[in-house]
Design a protein around this ligand. Structure first.
Ligand code: PEP
Ligand code: MN
Length: 338
């Protein structure tokens, strides 16, 4: 941390800042220029709140130079993390595609979806049985019945299962049916849920919150990692900005930014990121080009009839076309797609 003192700060003020830093366990290096002094505080204290210093007399500003997260940081672990989801590795050379409907709706719908996405090269079946809907009157998901259907469909087509956990009370159900837990954007900062997801030991797909900074997102990952669960995959799914031509703004720069700060794999979700079917394919290509370790894609046998997110769900032939195109992009950046 760097503390820049105001021009003309008194010796007593500078000494008070040094004393505060020492009290919090920092070593202090002082540099006194002709106009002002700068204090370098050495020590990694992620829990320290820099506002303690900002409030002191004579302080101009305070800059953090280390990240507030620890286990998620590259400083802690420099080599990329590989997350094993029922035998599927996320974070290796292969770009892993997770695909399926927004919600599990029926036996037939989820089986048809599993068959189509597996044939096109997806490795993980997605689908929600507990749905976080903006309206309490919208379809809320089939609950356990949906999980049973999903597990059967995935098994029949050699896929792993990722599904959303919305409440800590659902952990036991998830352990029965899921290979990977999804924490939805709306729950990114639901700390009790993050802790419970961490405790299950299952791999966790942590979606970025609608208005979360990258640092906040990594702090949420830290909650899971701090439960001794190293299997966290981040998912960029678009954030809320002033732009309203798309449902969200897919922040693809998050991919290289996260990769510079963290060892965790990153997946891109262009379905929620754009919210409209004809924008999904180009942004899927772009996600792979940006270095994503995976894609999450919504598909549906009959999107016009879908109970949730139909307009952003691909028809099966569009999914096949997307897979062909991302395969070419992956090759160009030294990766493969199943
Ligand atoms: C979903 O994956 O269907 C979903 C609700 O995603 P998000 O939490 O990103 O909105
Ligand atoms: Mn959805």
């Amino acid at each position: 941390m760097i503390v820049v003192m105001q021009v003309g700060a008194s010796e007593a003020q500078i000494e008070a800042v040094i004393a505060t830093l020492n009290d919090h366990g920092f070593d202090v290096h002082r540099s006194s220029g002709s106009e002002r002094s700068v204090l370098g505080a050495v020590g990694v204290k992620p829990e320290f709140d820099p506002r303690h210093l900002q409030l002191l007399d004579g302080v101009s500003n305070v800059h953090r130079v280390t990240e507030p997260f620890k286990f998620a940081s590259k400083a802690w672990k420099s080599e990329p993390t590989k997350v094993n989801v029922a035998g599927v590795t996320i974070g290796g050379d292969e770009v892993i595609v997770m695909a399926g409907p927004c919600s599990v709706e029926s036996e037939e719908q989820i089986h048809e979806s599993a068959k189509a996405v597996a044939a096109a090269g997806a490795k993980i079946l997605r689908g929600g049985a507990f749905k976080p809907r903006s309206s309490p009157y919208a379809f809320q998901g089939l609950g356990e019945a949906g999980l049973v259907m999903m597990k059967d469909a995935a098994k029949a087509h050699g896929l792993a299962v990722v599904t959303e956990i919305m409440d800590p009370s659902q952990a036991d159900l998830m352990l029965k049916y899921a290979d990977m837990l999804q924490i939805g954007a709306r729950n990114m900062q639901n700390y009790p849920l993050l802790r419970v997801a961490g405790k299950t030991g299952l791999p966790v797909l942590l979606k970025r919150g609608l208005s979360a900074t990258i640092s906040e997102w990594l702090m949420s990952a830290e909650y899971i990692l701090a439960e001794d669960n190293p299997n966290v995959v981040l998912c960029e799914r678009g954030i809320r900005t002033f732009e309203n031509a798309t449902r969200n703004t897919l922040d693809l720069s998050a991919v290289p930014v996260v990769k510079a700060k963290s060892h965790l794999p990153v997946v891109v979700d262009p379905s929620h990121g754009t919210g409209i079917r004809n924008k999904v394919l180009p942004m899927a290509r772009a996600g792979v080009a940006a270095g994503a370790d995976g894609l999450m894609i919504e598909v549906h046998p009959n999107p016009e009839e879908a109970l949730s997110d139909g307009p952003q769900s691909l028809h099966f032939p569009q999914f096949v076309e997307m897979m062909e195109q991302v395969r070419q992009i992956a090759r160009a950046v030294g990766r493969t797609v199943g």
